[in-house]
Design a protein around this ligand. Structure first.
Ligand SMILES: [Zn+2]
Length: 420
């Protein structure tokens, strides 16, 4: 019966039909009421002032659930007791339209910031959520056993579990700002977003007055060790890792790259800094396989291992480009928005060897003091190819950089395949 109602489709490109009672969004305005809420819920099309819908890539699963009749189409979330477990912001950066283009700084606790609008019937939904957790990690238990970390009954309990605050961010794009970061024309950006998604969002080209889009892409999660308010204080030592997802290594311990070892080392060091009176932050971006995805990544693994002469550091990036068309599709210019949300002005220790990440952070106005590369003993043998290739390509290291035959001689394990 609910299908009957939804079978009548109104095209969103007709301004007179939809978005009629939409509130304006004044991106960068000082007060949330003046800025206005981003209304991307679909319960009332007349109120919408953004393109796309909530939940990032999970939008599509919600649609499946509604289509199958399991999910009530008109459900409006009851946000009682969902407020943040700790107050973060507002920061000065929240009102700088250039500092935020990929998240909504007012996206957390919308039932507080936009209470008046919600009372008037606007279905405003959060795009940021703050909660707390305890981490149980084998590498941290080992660090305690080795004496590198000590339980203190506060940050780390007797069992070795670490207390953290965690924050989830859904992408909210301010299209003029995204275009500016890319250094391209907004109209061009909108046209390419429209055509490359197979025409998924017609308003990108038909409704230039709608400036905000919630794209169906992965989210970001931040883990904070210590007091989140200290992130905004440049005098408090901050240890930070900005990590792009690598599911094979991060979760399953696959040994072809250094992602999990580097991530765990970052967590250990973030916790150590917090125990010394500083603060730690791990920002985890769902940008699998340099934002090319796992299918491309696994194809590249095979192509690397099957090439003449075997997997070698000298041809590491070349093989990716042959399969994917580009070495890296991550575009790190949007990444610092998360750091700006916490009001970060200075990072004392950054766990990253990437110059793209370093440059993007510095360009966003954040000072970086120390760059920390992964310790050699944490690099799995099969990951030497990746590591030496990255160092040769200019990634940050205090160690030796190989070239020529020395680089060619860094070889990965041979492919173990059934002969066909
Ligand atoms: Zn990896």
């Amino acid at each position: 019966m609910s299908m009957e109602k939804s079978s009548h489709v109104i095209l969103t490109s007709h301004k007179s039909e939809v978005y009629k009672d939409a509130l304006p969004i004044n991106w960068g305005a000082k007060d949330p009421k003046e800025r206005g809420p981003v209304v991307a819920s679909i319960s009332n099309p007349l109120h919408r002032n953004a393109i796309g819908s909530h939940s990032g890539s999970y939008t599509v699963y919600r649609a499946l659930s509604i289509a199958s009749g399991q999910f009530p189409k008109m459900h409006i979330p009851d946000l009682k007791n969902t407020e943040s477990t700790t107050t973060i912001g507002p920061q000065d950066s929240w009102t700088d339209p250039d500092k935020f283009v990929s998240i909504d700084p007012w996206g957390a606790d919308v039932n507080v910031h936009f209470k008046d609008y919600m009372e008037k019937g606007y279905d405003v939904r959060p795009s940021i959520a703050v909660t707390q957790a305890r981490l149980q990690l084998p590498e941290i238990y080992e660090a305690i056993k080795a004496g590198r970390l000590k339980p203190d009954g506060k940050l780390i309990n007797e069992k070795g579990d670490i207390k953290v605050t965690k924050v989830a961010f859904e992408p909210v794009w301010y299209l003029p700002g995204i275009a500016k970061r890319l250094g391209i024309d907004e109209g061009n950006l909108r046209k390419i977003l429209f055509s490359e998604t197979g025409g998924m969002f017609p308003e990108l080209v038909t409704r230039p007055d709608l400036k905000v889009m919630l794209p169906p892409i992965g989210s970001t999660t931040a883990y904070i060790f210590g007091n989140p308010a200290d992130l905004a204080k440049p005098e408090v030592e901050l240890t930070c890792r900005v990590h792009d997802e690598c599911n094979g290594s991060d979760v399953f311990g696959s040994d072809i790259c250094t992602c999990r070892p580097y991530l765990m080392y970052g967590i250990e060091d973030a916790a150590r800094t917090a125990q010394k009176g500083g603060v730690g932050l791990i920002a985890y971006y769902r940008k699998e396989g340099r934002a090319l995805g796992e299918v491309t990544k696994f194809l590249v693994y095979n192509a690397r291992k099957r090439q003449e002469g075997g997997d070698s550091a000298a041809t590491y990036f070349h093989r990716t480009e042959c399969v994917a068309g580009v070495e890296d599709a991550r575009f790190q210019e949007l990444m610092p928005d998360i750091l700006q949300w916490f009001g970060i002005k200075k990072i004392h220790n950054i766990h990253s060897m990437s110059n793209m990440k370093f440059d993007a952070i510095v360009k966003s106005g954040i000072e970086i003091v120390n760059r920390i590369s992964i310790p050699d003993e944490l690099i799995p043998p099969d990951a030497q190819v990746e590591m030496e290739a990255k160092k040769a390509a200019g990634y940050f290291t205090k160690g030796e950089v190989k070239s020529g035959d020395a680089l060619k001689n860094i070889k990965g394990r041979e492919i173990d395949e059934e002969k066909r």
